[in-house]
Design a protein around this ligand. Structure first.
Ligand code: HEM
Length: 144
């Protein structure tokens, strides 16, 4: 569940984050694949990266997850999480890879939004990321 501290921050910043996702996602992937080239050949499909469809899917789903938490306090979007977890387990995604996505995605958010990212905003979105990541990791462990 989203903390009382983070809720107003997410409410105030979801639109600006969503609006900049088309700029954030290509930077995120470029930065991540530079640091972890093995992910591009072994895990993420080049075809999907090229058409940009999957690129928007991952980061976009985090904003949708945040909006779900705002609109449905105390619940999780179970069906969406289950679909993503099935996709992830088919690809062999493991818990240890979640910090890699976190670091590179948040680096890209910082690059694009710059000084607009206040410490409170960084904390609130970090909370959202790990709420989603932990929920996925739990479902994925059950599937494995
Ligand atoms: C909180 C973290 C994450 C979120 C919210 C997330 C979200 C998503 C979503 C929405 C999809 C599309 C699912 C579909 O097609 O129905 C997806 C696919 C995928 N995710 Fe994640 N993901 C996360 C973490 C990770 C991690 C840690 C990895 C591995 C480094 C990863 C690798 C992939 C890959 C390879 C695909 C399929 C992409 C393709 O079609 O090439 N994801 N993820």
């Amino acid at each position: 569940m989203l903390s009382e501290k983070s809720r107003p921050v997410i409410e105030a910043t979801a639109a600006v984050v969503a609006e900049h996702m088309p700029e954030i996602t290509p930077l995120f992937y470029a930065h991540m694949f530079e640091a972890h080239p093995e992910l591009l050949d072994g895990v993420f499909s080049r075809a999907n990266q090229r058409n940009g469809e999957q690129a928007q899917a991952l980061a976009g789903s985090i904003v949708r997850f945040a909006v779900h938490l705002l609109e449905n306090p105390g619940t999780l979007p179970e069906a969406v999480l289950s679909r993503i977890a099935h996709k992830h387990t088919a690809l062999g995604i493991v818990e240890e890879q979640y910090p890699i996505v976190y670091e590179n995605l948040f680096w890209a958010i910082g690059e694009v939004l710059g000084d607009a990212v206040t410490p409170a905003m960084a904390d609130a979105w970090t909370e959202v990321y790990w709420l989603m990541a932990d929920a996925l990791i739990k479902i994925e462990k059950g599937l494995y």
